[in-house]
Design a protein around this ligand. Structure first.
Ligand SMILES: [Mg+2]
Length: 389
């Protein structure tokens, strides 16, 4: 089998708002065509125009080749070889960041092709399932611009998630810092009050994760407040400090009363090795597309196993990424939860409309996928409706 064509689409939701902290309002969809008639689908969580340019651009020299040219005419089933060719061939422009993000979308599509060709779900091709079900955590999005509106919206979402059967919930609590919600600027005590209210609404049975989106500058700043959050039984605290401050992460690991999670932006297993070795984080959060696809995510899982850590993948995108994440999770022993943007609890139209999920969600649990490949069926009407480039 040979790759015959690669199509890239920039999709943006009709209600997209650039002032929101939500990357699920847009996506880059990658379709890889083969001479067998099989089409593979992938996407990645980065600026879609940038990813499209990275995939479509002509090459300029041996260290800066065209991704499309590298792939056309090659066998899509030899995925790790294709991955290496892309990584080495685009190293001057790529190697980390958006270049690896773009490879992630291609890798996802190649796994989809391989699964469809062999008539097997992707998790089986990766080595089979080590879990019978996967527990997704519902990511809740706050609304409003006052403290009261913010708190009450999160409490309401938490109650709805609980009623939908979710066994775990992650609450964003970011009312100051670089990604503050709607320009808010509330002190740390107000953050504590929000967490207290969400925990109360959930009761003791539902796991609670908290994402503060890099709101503190140092571990010292963070610990002043989070040392008192032990009573809320927080499963993990996500990105308390800036992603490059590995020494601060190591201190958080030593002194905070809950697990520390990070890694949503990282590309390649090399960056995760640093995060775990130097930053000592307890929970690695690779995003399957961004980190470089399923192939690279498996390498991250080996590092996580070596250091006896936990993986809880980041995923804030459409059903394509969510399905790829689920296949990864079923095959990954250290994966305890996956992030899940529930279509019933979100505003993102692409999440709701672009594709179906390649699995069944029942009683708060993701069931083992049965369809070939990623199991995703694309809604071509939605592709047409939201394509802008
Ligand atoms: Mg986050």
């Amino acid at each position: 089998m040979r790759i015959t064509e690669i199509k890239t689409y920039v999709l943006v939701a009709d209600n997209a708002d650039v002032s929101l902290t939500s990357s699920a309002q847009d996506t880059i969809l990658v379709e890889i065509y083969t001479d067998d008639g099989i089409i593979g689908y992938g996407e990645t969580d980065t600026n879609p125009w940038v990813a499209k340019a990275l995939i479509d651009s002509p090459g300029t020299h041996t260290m800066d080749q065209s991704m499309k040219d590298i792939l056309i005419g090659k066998n899509p089933l030899d995925i790790s070889k294709r991955w290496e060719e892309l990584y080495i061939g685009t190293a001057m422009t790529g190697r980390r960041g958006a270049g690896v993000n773009a490879i992630g979308a291609i890798d996802m599509a190649l796994w989809d092709i391989k699964g469809k060709y062999e008539g097997e779900p992707v998790y089986k091709l990766m080595g089979g399932n080590v879990h019978d079900t996967i527990t997704p955590y519902a990511s809740l999005q706050p609304l409003g611009s006052s403290f009261e509106e913010y708190r009450d919206s999160l409490v309401e979402w938490a109650e709805r998630a609980k009623n939908l059967g979710f066994k775990a919930v992650k609450s964003e609590v970011t009312m100051n810092g670089p990604y503050t919600h709607n320009g808010m600027n509330e002190n740390d005590d107000k953050h504590t009050l929000v967490i207290e209210s969400v925990r109360k609404a959930l009761g003791p049975e539902v796991k609670l994760m908290v994402d503060v989106q890099y709101k503190w500058k140092t571990a010292e700043d963070a610990l002043r407040t989070v040392k008192d959050w032990g009573e809320f039984d927080i499963y993990f605290l996500e990105t308390p400090v800036w992603t490059d401050n590995l020494e601060d992460y190591a201190r958080m690991h030593e002194e905070a009363p809950m697990k520390i999670a990070a890694g949503e932006w990282l590309t390649t297993s090399h960056e995760f090795k640093d995060l775990i070795e130097k930053g000592k984080v307890d929970v690695a959060q690779p995003d399957i597309g961004r980190v470089g696809g399923l192939t690279e995510a498996k390498k991250v899982s080996k590092i996580v196993d070596k250091y006896e850590r936990i993986i809880v993948p980041h995923c804030w995108k459409t059903s394509i990424s969510i399905s790829a994440t689920a296949h990864f999770a079923f095959n990954t022993p250290s994966c305890k939860f996956i992030e899940y943007l529930p279509p019933q609890l979100c505003h993102e139209t692409l999440r709701k409309e672009l594709a179906n999920e390649g699995f069944e969600f029942k009683n708060g649990l993701i069931q083992l996928p049965t369809k070939s490949g990623l199991g995703v069926e694309l809604n071509n009407e939605a592709v047409k409706k939201y394509t802008v480039g």
